[in-house]
Design a protein around this ligand. Structure first.
Ligand code: 5RP
Length: 219
């Protein structure tokens, strides 16, 4: 199976968790796009759907779904999203698509967070994938200097503006033996909106596709 087939297999496996009456949260990215295109098959099970990005909202609407806001729906039963990296504790790096802040809000509001990935995303220690950080544009240089002091190499994602009107720094070189501590430390820098380390609220279930099929990992 190539990476696209694995992503499709992981997305399909997530459909099982969308049971009748589900208030569904939908993430962002190529894996989630495949899930969205499969959602019409379980339309009758979906009580309401909320999205983490303008891109996912547009695709949901193309598939005939009315997209609600988090304010309208309250809590989410199941949040399904991809990841850029994951470890065996189901802690994640996310934000390759730049939607990390809304993704983190939806994950926090969810009773169950189901993460769908192909096996290339599973790593021993998080941090080989540059950590995305959403920053206020006026604080970008200040935050970059703070990250340099932490031995990270921040690179501005030139020309990219998030759905919230902010910028992204992609930070290479961070050693992340303790993701919970690193998440809190970076979030404390004034001007940081969100760091793409999802450790304080990890996934509850990882659906990971490899050549032999889709495995489930739980903490
Ligand atoms: C978007 C994300 C995505 O979940 C992450 O980038 C994985 O994307 P893909 O499914 O395309 O590999 O965090 O902000």
């Amino acid at each position: 199976m190539d990476a696209t087939q694995k992503k499709a297999a992981a997305a399909k496996a997530a459909l099982e968790y969308i049971v009748p009456g589900t208030v569904l949260g939908v993430g962002t990215g190529s894996t989630v796009n495949m899930l969205i295109d499969m959602l019409p098959d379980v339309r009758d099970h979906i009580e309401a759907v909320v999205s983490s990005s303008k891109a996912s909202t547009a695709l949901l609407k193309e598939n005939g779904f009315e997209v609600k806001t988090l304010n309208e729906i309250g809590d989410i039963d199941v949040y399904v999203d991809g990841a850029d990296e994951c470890n065996k504790h189901l802690q994640l790096i996310k934000g390759g698509g730049g939607a990390l802040t809304r993704e983190k809000v939806l994950a926090a509001a969810a009773r169950r967070f189901v993460c769908i990935v192909d096996d290339s995303k599973l790593v021993g220690m998080l941090g080989a994938f540059p950590v995305p950080i959403e920053v206020l544009p006026m604080a970008q240089e200040f935050v970059s200097r703070r990250l340099l002091k932490m031995r990270g190499n921040p690179v501005w994602r030139d020309g990219f503006v998030t759905d919230n009107g902010n910028h992204i720094l992609d930070v290479d070189g961070l050693q992340i033996p303790n993701p919970v501590e690193m998440e809190a430390r970076i979030n404390r820098i004034p001007g940081v909106v969100t760091v793409g380390i999802f450790a304080d609220r990890p996934a509850d279930l990882l659906l990971i596709a490899d050549d032999s099929g889709v495995r489930e990992m739980r903490v």
